[in-house]
Design a binder for this molecule. Structure first.
Ligand SMILES: N[C@@H](CCC(=O)N[C@@H](CS)C(=O)NCC(=O)O)C(=O)O
Length: 207
């Protein structure tokens, strides 16, 4: 399998799962140039990461890739299907992927939502408000617990780790504004699998 990634992007959650599973894979860093190319559209039609190339074909969408890998290889990061814990994990993953992530993306690149330059600052500000509201919800889930779901780490923690790091680029930053989420991110960061992922991606550990 090949994982197409960019350092610190949402692909890092998939990368962490691959390392945790201990399966055979190759991680391919996608440069700015390759990401923008027509050729790369064959790997990801939206010119984004992650994409996972498998023997059966290509998969995109971080949550779909993580669930596919968990179904294929098992591992310890997914509660059994049909349990309350699985439902909770899915709720959190879908929330982070469909609401939290877009809020951050719109804040970072308002020019993708309008060509009207005068509107960019307003869109940016509103998106940051939305992002912070989303982090408030995620932080609430993390309060008073070691992991987001039940008493074990799940895929939800993998994605929360990545988003908590993105929150270092907004105000208030994650450590000050969202301490429970930050503590969770630090717990994930300290895991040997996460340390290996960061070493491969050239990302600085939090501590
Ligand atoms: N819904 C997609 C979102 C993918 C996405 O937005 N990827 C970002 C990195 S986190 C990306 O490739 N950004 C580069 C770009 O859009 O130019 C998923 O969860 O996989």
């Amino acid at each position: 399998m090949k994982l197409y990634y960019r350092p610190g992007a949402c692909s890092m959650a998939v990368h962490l799962l691959l390392e945790d599973l201990g399966v055979d894979y190759e991680a391919i860093a996608v440069s700015d140039e390759v990401l923008a190319s027509d050729e790369y559209k064959k790997t990801n039609p939206r010119n984004q990461v992650p994409s996972l190339a498998t023997e059966d074909g290509l998969l995109t969408e971080s949550v779909a890739i993580m669930l596919y890998l968990s179904d294929q290889f098992g591992g310890n990061l997914t509660p059994p299907r049909g349990t309350w814990e699985h439902g909770q994990m899915m709720m959190m993953l879908m929330f982070m992927a469909s609401q939290e992530h877009p809020a951050f993306a719109i804040n970072m690149r308002p020019f993708r939502w309008t060509d009207e330059e005068s509107a960019h600052a307003g869109i940016k500000a509103k998106a940051e408000q939305n992002w912070l509201a989303c982090l408030t919800r995620t932080n609430g889930w993390a309060e008073g617990r070691e992991w987001l779901v039940g008493d074990k780490m799940t895929l939800a923690d993998c994605l929360a780790w990545v988003h908590a790091r993105w929150g270092l680029r907004c105000t208030p930053k994650t450590p000050d504004g969202f301490p429970a989420l930050w503590a969770l991110a630090n717990r994930v960061d300290a895991l040997p699998a996460a340390q290996r992922v960061m070493a491969q991606e050239g990302i600085k550990p939090l501590a």
